[in-house]
Design a protein around this ligand. Structure first.
Ligand code: IMP
Ligand code: MG
Length: 213
């Protein structure tokens, strides 16, 4: 495993490189992945298993931003299930939402893909989302799903932004709390750019301008 001094060295190198670019790295890719794997295995997956591991779970991955987090989380849930006598039965489904243009919430959430939500009736649904900002997207999705009377709905979000005027939506399971900045990477995008970055970065004003639509 990499030593802390090596990580710090790599981190400072990476920050220098990326600052001349359009994004600024909060953590080096290695530190990010160590933290992430640790966090998901040690906390999120365990908490989810403790709460709902005895039910059949319908994992609903919110595309596009949630695909990496969802894949990692499902992997860890399966590992816990495999390494214990707690067998969890999971199905994975997808929904595609859109609510942002540039770095601004458009105020209304559009469902632009996925199965008919009526298939969630009576199910134990675990929504897996990348980031909660204003909370509007998640509130709108929850009210769309609730109409179909699922047995239970829980929300896991990798990130939650600290906002001065937050409307108070809080997911059941949260990875990291972050400042109210626009972040990209690990499947999160800015106008479809930067999803392919391996770790999470902040996009700076120069980058926002360059990739604005
Ligand atoms: P909210 O409606 O403001 O809570 O925004 C949540 C949705 O907008 C998420 O599903 C994200 O896909 C997208 N989003 C919000 N903030 C960011 C960000 O910083 N980076 C990338 N996507 C974001
Ligand atoms: Mg999302």
């Amino acid at each position: 495993m990499m030593q802390l001094s090596e990580m710090c060295f790599e981190y400072s190198l990476f920050v220098q490189l990326s600052q001349s670019f359009f994004i600024c790295s909060l953590l080096s890719p290695h530190v990010f992945h160590l933290l992430l794997q640790n966090l998901i295995t040690e906390r999120l997956a365990k908490d989810i298993m403790k709460d709902i591991g005895n039910c059949d779970i319908m994992v609903l991955c919110v595309l596009k931003g949630g695909y990496k987090f969802c894949a990692d989380l499902v992997e860890h849930l399966k590992n816990i299930s495999r390494n214990s006598d707690q067998f969890v039965s999971m199905k994975v489904d997808f929904i595609r939402l859109k609510s942002y243009k540039n770095d601004q919430s458009m105020g209304e959430m559009q469902i632009i893909g996925g199965n008919d939500l009526s298939t969630l009736a009576g199910k134990n649904v675990l929504i897996v989302e990348d980031v909660v900002g204003t909370g509007r997207t998640m509130k709108a999705l929850l009210s769309s799903i609730e109409k179909y009377k699922p047995n239970m709905i829980k929300v896991a979000s990798l990130l939650v932004k600290r906002r001065p005027r937050s409307d108070g939506f809080r997911p059941d399971y949260v990875g990291f709390e972050i400042p109210d900045l626009f972040v990209v990477g690990y499947a999160l995008d800015y106008n479809e750019y930067f999803r392919d970055l391996n770790h999470i970065c902040v996009i700076n004003e120069h980058g926002k301008e360059k990739y604005r639509v």
